[in-house]
Design a protein around this ligand. Structure first.
Ligand code: NAD
Length: 515
């Protein structure tokens, strides 16, 4: 939970239960840790126990963004000329540092964001995997060599760096998502300024420290912490920033995209989702229940790929529902640092209230059947945090609000399908297009679903979550604007194509004109 305050670290410490004096973290600009020109800071509190102040961070403004962008701009001319395999060496060193510090970084992440320790370890591992993948590109970054229509002329295309990239990230994958952006951007020869989510700045501080320890030249990676309107927006509109890469809500992404378009900037957007698992009558129901539990309630449902709709064939919906509800009721909800727990808190009070409001809509306006959960948990371990019981609605209409809008919490909706075609129609009947999955034993249906589901990612006999870094990640419709992160495709965001023609004929040759 992040709350803007003018409080000095001393005042912040007075409110905290532990530690007695929270650490103050600065921005990272031109290789230096510096305080914000605003003189303001904000507290970051543990969502599992809001008495715990994780740290005090800089509440940055346009002046800080200017300084960070100036540092990135100054570092760019030299960095772009460092050979890509040498840039990759820095990236590999970052991977080694993250591997060595994985436990500590993951524990910090759980403390500031809430998800289970095993999940934050996965988040850190994703950044390590990304570093390995991206570093390999240091010796590839392939372009094309091709033919020429003229004699004694050679033609090829290469990837070129773009310049200063502005990166804006959400809180649900505090290191993984920054890694998807920073690593391909700098490997390509760009320099960057990142503005992390206000709820998870510590994870990005930890990530940036790995670049510092790796000896990355000053100014190549810069970080300003703070809020969207005061620190994010100046980064998007800064005239020196040539690429904006954003992950977050569809509402914010669309606003950013409009601002970037006005200045002719490239803008990649990764936004919301309303993902589904289809369960056919021939599916292995135990496997499907395992998948639905992990897909719907992992990270307390706060994944852009969360399985928030379960579209189940009418012949098995009763059995599937009974099995799922029985298992969901046994899930242990509590602080993520306690490894016996399975579902952590939601990120902050505002998000908790938003989720509870959707639950209310499900019960009243949508007239769906509340099968379990549906409430805030406030006793014992839950007393000082933002906990919501895993919630399942049954008999949900495909057009219900809870079946259409992204809830981003531990809530899932069971929708009954008459047959396979009806299931695919329901799956596609939403404004988002990130991830979908089908559980079936029928290979023909599996391939038909892969062909017809209108999402950027499809799974067969696995839930809607579990992307791997070397494949493109992103979605259609309201989820994105045609770009993909992950995989070699992420380099399309951070490079420009340059076509090169070398004429070794010694005379003027005219394309399209000479016979
Ligand atoms: P958010 O849009 O509120 O914030 C995301 C980031 O944008 C934060 O850093 C925030 O400070 C910044 N921001 C907010 N307003 C801004 C502005 N006017 N100008 C510049 N920056 C601004 O989203 P969130 O609540 O942090 O994250 C949850 C959302 O992210 C969900 O909708 C989820 O689906 C989505 N998400 C998508 C993906 C994906 O890859 N498709 C991955 C993770 C999360």
């Amino acid at each position: 939970m992040a709350k803007s305050t003018k409080a000095t670290p001393k005042k912040a410490a007075a409110k905290a239960v532990k530690p007695s004096k929270p650490t103050v973290y600065n921005n990272y600009i031109n290789g230096q840790w510096v305080a914000s020109a605003s003189g303001k800071t904000f507290e970051n509190r543990n969502p599992a126990d809001t008495r715990d102040v994780v740290g005090v961070f800089q509440d940055s403004n346009a002046e800080d963004v200017d300084a960070a962008v100036a540092a990135a701009r100054a570092a760019y001319p030299e960095w772009r000329l460092v050979p890509a395999p040498k840039r990759a060496d820095y990236v590999l060193r970052v991977a080694e540092i993250l591997t060595r510090r994985k436990e500590e970084i993951s524990a910090d992440m759980t403390r500031e964001m809430g998800k289970m320790l095993k999940e934050t370890r996965g988040d850190t591992q994703e950044a390590i995997d990304m570093a390995h993948f991206v570093a390999g590109e240091g010796r590839r970054l392939y372009g094309h060599t091709t033919t020429s229509e003229l004699k004694n002329k050679f033609a090829m295309s290469v990837r070129d760096s773009v310049g200063v990239c502005g990166l804006i990230t959400p809180w649900n994958f505090p290191i993984a998502i920054p890694s998807w952006k920073i690593l391909p951007a700098i490997l390509s020869g760009n320099t960057v300024v990142i503005k992390p989510a206000e709820d998870t700045p510590l994870s990005v501080v930890n990530f940036v420290k790995a670049f510092e320890e790796a000896g990355l030249p000053a100014g190549v990676v810069n970080m300003v912490t703070g809020f969207g309107a005061t620190a994010g927006s100046p980064l998007v509109t800064h005239p020196t920033v040539r690429v904006v890469s954003f992950t977050g809500s569809t509402q914010t992404g669309r606003a950013i995209s409009t601002q970037a378009a006005a200045e002719g900037k490239r803008c990649s957007l990764e936004m919301g989702g309303k993902n589904c698992i289809i369960v056919m009558e021939d599916a292995d129901l135990d496997l499907a229940v395992d998948g639905a539990l992990w897909g719907a309630f992992g990270t307390s449902g706060q994944r852009c790929t969360a399985s928030s709709r379960l579209i189940v064939h009418k012949k098995v919906v009763k059995k599937f529902t009974a099995l799922l509800v029985e298992r969901a009721k046994t899930l242990k909800v509590g602080p993520g640092l306690d490894e016996k727990n399975e579902v952590g808190p939601v990120i902050n009070e505002k998000q908790m209230l938003k989720i509870l409001n959707y639950i209310e809509i499900g019960k009243t306006k949508d007239k769906a059947k509340l099968l379990c959960g549906g409430e805030r948990l406030t006793e014992g371990d839950h007393k000082h945090g933002w906990f919501i019981a895993p919630t399942i609605f049954g008999d949900v209409s495909p057009n219900a609000t809870i079946a259409q809008e992204e809830i981003f919490g531990p809530v899932t909706a069971i929708i009954t399908a008459n047959d396979f075609e009806n299931a695919i129609d329901i799956a596609n009947n939403v404004g988002y297009g990130l991830s979908a999955s089908i559980y079936t034993a029928d290979v023909n249906r599996a391939f038909t679903a892969m062909r017809d589901l209108q999402t950027g990612i499809c799974y067969v006999n696995a839930p809607t979550i579990g992307a791997e870094v070397h494949l493109p990640f992103g979605g259609t419709k309201g989820t994105g604007n045609g770009h993909r992160e992950g995989g070699i495709e992420s380099f399309d965001i951070f490079t420009e194509w340059k076509s090169l023609y070398i004429d070794y004929s010694g005379k003027l040759q005219k394309a399209q004109i000479d016979e």
